[in-house]
Design a protein around this ligand. Structure first.
Ligand code: KIV
Ligand code: ZN
Length: 512
């Protein structure tokens, strides 16, 4: 890999940094699905988790390691023997494992976060990287808060990391602070000043605090970096990371000024974006580049006229190049299995037998409930099947919403083999439903977000609901779709409660 001097390695960290977005925690099955989609998308490296952070992360790294055929699988580890051992334990079944170890190098982080002297940090770099390299041939080292690190100290630390065996050096813009020109210059100077820089590939990892993550990542490549760390839909800590789809499409669209290549099969971008947003419950903003609902929509008359005459007038890339096809099959009540299967193909989905049958059943139910089935409805059904709906499920419901009498909600819930009933009155049916379902979990939690949006046009459209709950500062997102907004709301709330239970089972990260 990377023999071509302009080939940029795409390192996807949706499952690690992306999962650090508020509410974005994913179950094991969801992570496995995303990993499979990332491999089909053609990413070079998948950062599957932070093995020591929890048993859940460990299992995810371990299972993704055995699942991936071609893709390098990576686990994050702090600069400690315990972390590195745990990462290796999870990774060792992978065909192509990578240990990614990091330590902060900025004066601010060393003094206040690590409470270590710069000399002590250099010692840790040598110790951790050589330990990792003894276990694994592929070792990445990151200098956390790299862009706010003193230049000379940065050069020294990188030189030591490479001498100790690091094969990739990542210089993260941890707090989204740098600017494109500054970052290009920085990369260039690192490569010039570090005597053994020819022995490693340089990498960029940009956060989006100033909205510059994509521009900065591209700028780093101009300065000599040949790996970009990014996430699907740009999810990640705080304002997120560089969005994979934006970086890749910038290269593909502007080869005249950005003559870089990646291994990404861009036609799989839209599908992967849907999957990630559906699993995490983090909706993509409508005007988001490449994957937003409006990214290829033309509203003004002048633009529409231009488009009809020649699409290139207002389209710099085709919708098909990111996997947005033109719909040819109209679906409805009378569509059978064959038509449904053709429609799935048209939308780019390949489902297993059981997944297909369950999606078809849901499609039939939906076709009974609404007149026209749009592509978005089918996507919503498939995405629903992709989410891990483990835990308690609602099997029947009753809402009372009438003027002059107390509003209430009653549910029958199946929990493993048991069926129980919960009921509450409330200030409106949604409040009553949430209060009834909240009685299924002990302890306090807060409702941080309740968001409803219609999947398609029409008053019979499915409502897609996101509910974000927090418990002790940790957040989870629940997500559900239904033609009845109240039912979708209740299902989304219960899905968030199920995720709190999963989160409680996760062990606390061990201290360094
Ligand atoms: O933002 C950051 O610095 C990171 C490192 C751990 C690579 O996520
Ligand atoms: Zn990060």
């Amino acid at each position: 890999m990377n023999r071509d001097k302009n080939r940029v390695i795409i390192f996807d960290t949706t499952l690690r940094d992306g999962e650090q977005s508020p509410g974005c925690s994913m179950t094991l099955n969801e992570k496995l699905r995303i990993a499979e989609a990332l491999e089909k998308l053609g990413v070079d490296v998948i950062e599957a988790g932070f093995a020591i952070a929890s048993n859940g992360d460990f299992n995810a790294v371990q299972q993704i390691s055995t699942l991936m055929k071609e893709t390098i699988v990576c686990s994050l580890a702090r600069a400690s023997i315990k972390d590195i051992d745990r990462a290796w334990e999870a990774l060792k079944g992978a065909r192509r494992p990578r240990i990614h170890t990091f330590i902060s190098t900025s004066a601010l982080h060393m003094k206040h976060k690590l409470q270590m002297s710069p000399e002590m940090v250099l010692g840790k770099i040598e110790e951790s990287v050589s330990y990792a390299r003894n276990l694994c041939d592929d070792v990445e080292w990151s200098c956390e808060d790299g862009t706010r690190t003193d230049e000379d100290y940065l050069y020294r630390s990188i030189e030591i990391a490479i001498k100790s065996g690091a094969t990739t050096i990542n210089v993260p813009d941890t707090v989204g602070y740098t600017t494109p020109e500054e970052y290009t210059r920085m990369m260039r100077k690192i490569i010039e000043h570090v005597p053994n820089s020819d022995k490693a590939i340089f990498s960029t990892h940009c956060h989006n605090d100033l909205g510059l993550a994509v521009a900065n990542s591209i700028a780093a490549v101009a300065g000599g970096a040949r790996q970009i760390e990014c996430t699907i839909n740009g999810i990640g800590e705080r304002a997120g990371n560089a969005a994979l789809e934006e970086v890749v499409m910038a290269f593909r669209t502007r080869q005249d000024v950005l003559p870089y290549t990646t291994g990404i099969i861009t036609e799989n971008i839209t599908k992967t974006s849907h999957l990630v947003s559906s699993v995490t419950g983090l909706n993509v903003q409508h005007n988001k580049a490449i994957v937003g609902a409006n990214a290829f929509a033309h509203e003004s008359g002048i633009h529409q006229d231009g488009m009809l005459k020649n699409a290139e007038t207002y389209e710099i890339m085709t919708p098909a190049s990111v996997g947005l096809g033109k719909s040819t099959l109209v679906m409805g009540k009378h569509s059978g299995r064959h038509a449904f299967s053709e429609k799935l193909k048209e939308l780019g989905y390949v489902l297993g037998n059981n997944e297909f049958l369950s999606a078809f059943e849901q499609f039939k139910d939906l076709a009974d409930a609404k007149k026209v089935i749009y592509d978005e409805d089918i996507i919503s059904i498939v995405d629903d099947g992709m989410r891990d709906n483990e835990g308690m499920q609602i099997i029947s419901w009753k809402f009372v919403c009438d003027k002059g009498i107390p509003n209430s909600a009653t549910f029958e819930i199946v929990d493993g083999g048991d069926v129980k009933e919960v009921h509450s009155e409330g200030n409106g049916p949604v409040d009553a439903a949430f209060l009834a379902l909240a009685s299924l979990i002990d302890g306090e939690h807060d409702l941080e977000l309740y968001q409803v949006h219609a999947v398609t046009k029409g008053t019979d459209a499915q409502a897609e609901v996101t509910v974000r709950l927090s418990e002790n500062g940790k957040t989870v997102n629940g997500h559900a779709a239904h033609t009845d907004t109240l039912v979708a709301s209740a299902k989304a709330y219960l899905s968030a409660i199920n995720k709190i239970f999963v989160k409680r089972e996760k062990k606390k990260p061990q201290e360094m």
